[in-house]
Design a protein around this ligand. Structure first.
Ligand code: NAD
Length: 264
């Protein structure tokens, strides 16, 4: 465990805590003294992270929840407060790429499945957490994407990008509304990060038909380091979760090796 613990005594809920960015953030928050509720629809993975945190001397609890199901989220958040007596940090992070393809061939089901998880799941997570944060303040962090603010060359991500842009608008309104309670709300906007998100990406066979030639600058990012790591994103989450970022709310923080400088 780290000598200087930056979220000591705080309680966190991390959605999508079983893999990728959520997993890395949960490990980081726990290593810095937070008790962490790991929310994921894949219980086996969330339990693995719980064991890893416990083996390192931290405190965690895994729950099987689909963030698109408000009743399940409501219960998980209430159980967390009942178990540990408070809630301070909410990392609304669970998400999928969903169906990727030409807009004209997207179905309503394609639309609903991505929006339900990425956008409504964020809303449900924040909504259920608010009553437990208002009395003493707290930090809400939402995982959007570079796609949430600008148009990138990854054709076919129309529904995903819409959900990620919606998260940024929602973050700003929530930050405005909750500032009076000292509840801070920020979004992180990762570029390409090496995780398991490809497993929840479903390209349609006709995706190649919209790979129209558009000129983009050479090189995927100015820092030229390739994809970022989940651990690098976790460092940002820890900062936004801790009191070190107390003067920051309503902001989108890019973590993309500078990629957003090249596009859009
Ligand atoms: P990941 O697939 O490794 O992890 C996502 C986790 O969310 C998984 O454990 C998955 O089971 C869980 N999850 C998915 N749908 C869920 C649901 N309905 N209910 C509960 N849990 C659910 O992917 P990741 O890259 O760590 O993704 C985390 C977030 O980061 C997502 O919101 C994603 O859009 C965003 N993001 C990722 C990248 C990237 O390049 N990896 C870039 C920008 C934004």
């Amino acid at each position: 465990m780290n000598a200087a613990k930056r979220v000591e005594g705080k309680v966190a809920v991390v959605t999508g805590g079983g893999s990728g960015i959520g997993r890395a953030a949960a490990l980081k928050l726990a290593a810095h003294g937070a008790k962490v509720c790991l929310v994921d629809r894949v219980m086996e993975n969330a339990e693995k992270v719980q064991r890893q945190i416990e083996q390192a001397g931290g405190t965690a609890h895994a729950v099987e929840v689909d963030v698109a199901k408000p009743d399940q989220l409501d219960k998980a958040i209430q159980d967390t407060v009942d178990r540990w007596g408070r809630l301070d940090i909410v990392f609304a992070n669970a998400g999928i790429n969903g169906t990727i393809g030409p807009i004209e061939n997207m179905t309503e089901n394609d639309w609903n499945s991505t929006i339900d998880i990425n956008l409504k799941g964020t809303y449900f997570t924040v909504r259920h957490a608010i009553p437990h944060l208002k009395d003493k303040g707290g930090s809400i962090i939402i995982t959007s994407s570079i796609n949430g603010n600008r148009v990138f060359s990854n054709f076919g991500f129309s529904i995903y990008s819409t959900s990620k842009a919606g998260q940024v608008a929602f973050m700003q309104m929530a930050a405005l509304e909750l500032a009076q309670y000292k509840v801070r709300v920020n979004a992180i906007c990762p570029g390409a990060i090496a995780t398991n998100i490809g497993k929840n990406t479903h390209p349609t066979p006709d995706l190649k038909e919209i790979q129209i030639p558009v000129e983009f600058p050479e090189g995927d990012q100015p820092l030229q380091e390739g994809p970022g790591s989940a651990e690098q994103v976790a460092d940002l989450v820890l900062f936004l979760a801790s009191d070190e970022s107390f003067h920051i709310t309503g902001t989108s923080v890019y973590i993309d090796g500078g990629e957003s400088l090249l596009h859009g």
